[in-house]
Design a protein around this ligand. Structure first.
Ligand code: HAM
Length: 446
């Protein structure tokens, strides 16, 4: 059990920054007294443009497909995850941050179990079903930090709870994730899908798996998994175990008619949408609550999933409600941001402003704040360096802001109620009356 928040950090280990920082801007160690906690990162202003883009697209997609926002606390009772995610999963067994051991409170390692807790607590079962929810927030897992794997990371999640176990909702969740990644300008996406059956057919598959693996020299983790959750044998990445997977029984040979029909419908919906997918018999996922459909989305060639999810028809019941089918998925925001930065770095260089105001002399400076207000009313985004009086240093800053237009407001202009619009791309400039400024800037920005 991990009590990492409560106990004093093991000095060096907890205080050091990691090699897995998303942005490689680490300073020389030893220069600063404090650094962020291992596996947890600041999101700096230069990265925010990517985060803003994701947030904007999450809003668009959620609004379009009818998901409403839910926020749950970062701290939950550990039992929500012990029961929901499964006591024998890596997440619960090794990765939870306990913050108060007596009360068994943890920082949430994921949000699906929290959403189900909230769904039951707030009587959402009485709302028209299904209830479609989305979230965006930090999750915490005490993993060994490495590329794309952090201790604090953010997820966007889509969950559809209630109504029948209708495969159309499985397809809609996959679609929402896929469209979100596309909207973030990521291409070469691969969707891996599988079914892991239901309460009726999964025990049959488990027995067949146990029979197959009985005398195989599998790794230490798998020897444990064979007792706690044999399906996870198919998920093992150890070289020693890899070779046994290809001849292992597949779930599709054991699924009951209902699960077969369900899975067939999911992939038919994807065909209908012309969304490409790969059938992946070994995709069992690391959380115990799944039933039937499981899926993950990768960029081709990468082993790091950008999204993962599936159906969890028994979770509401496990957490104390009536049998309530549900399906959902979550996407890892840091992983998406990192790919966006690699594939589309120019997005980070885009200017967030329209014009840069350069003032020269005390009268212009005095009138500058009022002028900025006029531009604000006109919907024009302005940057300035009002504290700097030298024209050269103001223009240097304009250059850094990546703007194409500078407004030069000198003593003469301030006196005559005019202003110079300078096109920084070709250094041409024109003096315009102040009352025409907004219209003129808009015309040039078109
Ligand atoms: P998960 O596969 O554990 O599923 O996480 C979903 C996504 O979160 C992963 O595909 C990955 O992009 C990101 N992620 C997970 N762990 C880390 C980490 N340590 N560092 C950075 N990113 C990470 C779930 O959490 C389920 N609750 C998904 C779900 C929702 N299933 C049904 N509804």
């Amino acid at each position: 059990m991990n009590k990492a928040i409560k106990k004093a950090p093991a000095k060096k280990e907890e205080a050091e920054t990691t090699a897995a920082k998303p942005a490689k801007r680490a300073r020389k160690p030893g220069k600063f007294t404090f650094q962020s906690v291992k596996g947890m990162h600041d999101i700096l202003p230069v990265d925010q443009v990517f985060w803003d883009k994701i947030r904007k697209e999450v809003l668009n997609i959620s609004d379009y497909y009818g998901f409403e926002r839910i926020d749950t606390p970062a701290i939950e009772n550990a039992a929500v995850f012990e029961k929901g995610v499964g006591a024998a999963t890596d997440i619960v067994e090794k990765e939870m941050f306990y913050i108060k051991s007596d009360d068994k409170l943890v920082l949430r390692p994921e949000c699906t179990a929290s959403v189900v807790r909230a769904y039951l607590e707030h009587g959402m079962t009485h709302l028209p079903q299904p209830v479609k929810l989305y979230y965006f927030g930090p999750m915490y897992r005490h993993e060994q930090p490495q590329e794309g794997r952090f201790r604090e990371f953010h997820q966007v999640g889509f969950e559809i709870l209630g109504s029948e176990s209708d495969p159309i909702y499985d397809a809609q969740v996959i679609l929402a994730c896929y469209r979100l990644l596309e909207a973030c300008k990521l291409s070469k996406l691969e969707i891996h899908v599988n079914t892991i059956g239901c309460r009726v057919c999964r025990p049959v598959f488990r027995r067949r798996l146990l029979e197959y693996y009985k005398n195989k020299p599998i790794c230490k983790d798998c020897r444990r998994r064979i007792v706690t959750n044999p399906l996870r044998l198919l998920d093992c990445k150890e070289e020693k175990c890899e070779k046994f997977k290809k001849d292992a029984p597949t779930i599709l040979d054991s699924t009951c008619n209902n699960c077969n029909t369900h899975f067939k419908s999911v992939v038919e919906y994807l065909d209908e949408l012309k969304i490409p997918y790969i059938l992946d018999n070994n995709l069992v996922r690391g959380l115990d609550y799944y039933s039937r459909t499981t899926f993950e989305i990768f960029e081709t060639g990468s082993k790091l999933a950008l999204a993962g999810g599936g159906r969890y028809d028994y979770l509401v019941e496990i957490l104390g409600g009536k049998v309530t089918p549900a399906v959902g998925a979550a996407l890892g925001v840091e992983r998406i941001v990192s790919l966006m930065q690699e594939r589309n770095p120019e997005m980070g260089r885009k200017s967030k402003v329209d014009v840069f105001l350069v003032h020269i002399g005390s009268l212009a400076k005095k009138k500058s704040l009022v002028l900025i207000e006029e531009l604000r009313k006109g919907g024009i985004r302005v940057r300035e360096a009002l504290g700097k009086d030298s024209m050269k240093s103001q223009l240097r800053q304009a250059d850094k802001e990546n703007v194409t237009l500078a407004l030069i407001y000198g003593q003469k202009e301030a006196f005559e109620d005019t202003i110079i619009i300078r096109d920084l791309a070709n250094s041409s400039q024109e003096t315009v009356p102040l009352e025409k400024l907004v219209a003129e800037v808009k015309r040039r920005l078109k």
